[in-house]
Structures are given as structure tokens and as C-alpha cells.
Design a protein around this ligand. Structure first.
Ligand code: KIV
Length: 264
């Protein structure tokens, strides 16, 4: 409906209760519990090692904090590629055990049976094409769709995902002209990340846009804050005050009888 009404969709990742609550209250439309958690929360070099159990734990925390946004959970690497059964069983766990509203899977024509089967049992599925980080050992972190063949593959993938029942598709790291073309080609929303300004919505990794994670600095990220600096300064200040005896004071302490120390 948002696409039909020309309203652009704001989507961000979140992985924990505290930040998901802030993101939700700030009015984001969709929260993605991305498998980027493997990197920004768990310190892995790629998204590949994260497990179903870890993704379920992050998703539960986000769902507990969320009152308004749609929560989409990433199916981790290896949990849906091998068979339709795996895909349906694992996707169902996100809805049943964690309270997610939908799942996201990476791939196009290669995973259509999985997308159709999940959709058929009532699981809303978001696709993800272009640069798909679960295939990093095949494609690297490179812009996709620059060649004529590559662009055609993406056209076919997005069309086929829409026909298989996906309700939306993330398109990552493609030339902006192709991003625009893909968004115009289908009725479902195309959510861009490094796909130019003409998609139907945008997603970023929260830790990237808040300036919390600096291991990778893709061109498509805009930093809206420098939380690395803010948190570092706060912690240095705390250490100085503890060491210098400025914290805690009596205002942060408990008295023998209530009311004898002024409140902080
Ligand atoms: O895992 C993730 O955060 C993602 C986004 C980058 C789209 O898939």
C-alpha cells in the first residue's frame, strides 16, 4: 500500500532491546533483524557463521521492544538453501518462537521453490538480490549488475521473486539506473541499499549509520551520528571521575534513613 500511495519506506536493522525500542519509537517502518548481526554484534568477519539460535535470540529481543514497526528476520546462511523443508521449518520458527512478522532470504531464481513454499504456508517473504553477503566467497563485496548479463539476471530475479509471492525485495549495491528500473518493473516495494535514490525505500545497518561500526565503510553508508566518539568520550569521562573520586557522590548513595540525602 505504501508503494501504491507513493510513500517511501524507511527500514533499519536492529538486534537488541534497547536500540530496537529507540528505532521503533523514532518511527521507522520496518526493522530488519539482519544477519549483519554476525559482524556488528558478534565480531565475525562475514555474515556466514551466525546460527539459527543466535538469530532467534536477537529477533526475540527486537520483537519485545517493538510496538509499531514490521519486524523482518534474516534466515541465516545454510538454513534455507538446501531444501524447501528447511526453509519452511526454519522460517516458521521466526514467526512462532520469536514473533517476527516476516523473513528475508538472499537469492533470486535459485530459491524460488523455497519462496513459493514459505509464502504458501502464510509466511511473508522479503527477497534480497544484487550483492548478497552470504555469497561473499563467490562475489566479494562488489557492485552487481554492471554487465548486460548481470543486469538481466537481476531483472529476472526481481520479477520471479514477485511472481513467487515475495512481498518486497532488497536490492543491494547495483548502479542507480538499474535500481530505478527494478523498482519500476514490479508492484512490490524495492528497498535499496547502495541502489540509488529511486527505489521505493531504503535500508541501512544501524551500527553503520550511527557510526558505531567502522570495520567496513561502504560508499552507500551515510553516517547520521558518531556514537563511537560519543560512547568513547562518556566512558573516558566515567573512568576519570571514578579514578579522581568525583563519582559516585553522596547524591548517588543510599542513606540509613530515607530522605536525609538530597536526590541526585
Ligand atoms: O543483514 C543485513 O543487515 C542486511 C541488510 C544489509 C539489507 O541484509
Amino acid at each position: 500500500r505504501m508503494k501504491a500511495e507513493g510513500r517511501r519506506i524507511a527500514m533499519l536493522t536492529a538486534y537488541d532491546y534497547a536500540l530496537a525500542g529507540i528505532v521503533d519509537a523514532a518511527g521507522v517502518d520496518v526493522i530488519l533483524v539482519g544477519d549483519s548481526a554476525a559482524m556488528v554484534m558478534l565480531g565475525h568477519e562475514t555474515t556466514l557463521p551466525i546460527t539459527m539460535d543466535e538469530m532467534l535470540m536477537f529477533t526475540r529481543a527486537v520483537v519485545r521492544a517493538t510496538k509499531h514497526a514490521m519486524v523482518v528476520a534474516d534466515l541465516p546462511f545454510g538454513s534455507y538453501q538446501a531444501s524447501v523443508d528447511d526453509a519452511v521449518r526454519n522460517a516458521a520458527r521466526f514467526l512462532k518462537e520469536a514473533g517476527a512478522h516476516a523473513v528475508k532470504v538472499e537469492g533470486g531464481c535459485d530459491i524460488l521453490p523455497q519462496v513459493a513454499a514459505m509464502t504458501a504456508v502464510g509466511i511473508p517473504v522479503m527477497g534480497h538480490v544484487g550483492l548478497t553477503p552470504q555469497s561473499v566467497h563467490q562475489m566479494g563485496y562488489r557492485v552487481q549488475g554492471r554487465s548486460a548479463d548481470g543486469a538481466q539476471t537481476l531483472r529476472d530475479d526481481v520479477q520471479a521473486l514477485a511472481e513467487a509471492g515475495a512481498f518486497s525485495v532488497v536490492v543491494e549495491c547495483v548502479p542507480h539506473t538499474l535500481g530505478r528500473e527494478l523498482a519500476r518493473a514490479v508492484e512490490i516495494p524495492v528497498i535499496g541499499i547502495g541502489a540509488g535514490p529511486d527505489c521505493d525505500g531504503q535500508v541501512l545497518v544501524l551500527h553503520d549509520m550511527l557510526g558505531l561500526y567502522h570495520d567496513l565503510e561502504p560508499r552507500f553508508v551515510k553516517r547520521y551520528a558518531d556514537l563511537h566518539g560519543v560512547v568513547g568520550a562518556a566512558v573516558r569521562n566515567y573512568c576519570d571521575e571514578v579514578r579522581g573520586g568525583q563519582f559516585p557522590t553522596l547524591a548517588h548513595s543510599f542513606e540509613e534513613q530515607k530522605g536525609t540525602i538530597p536526590p541526585a
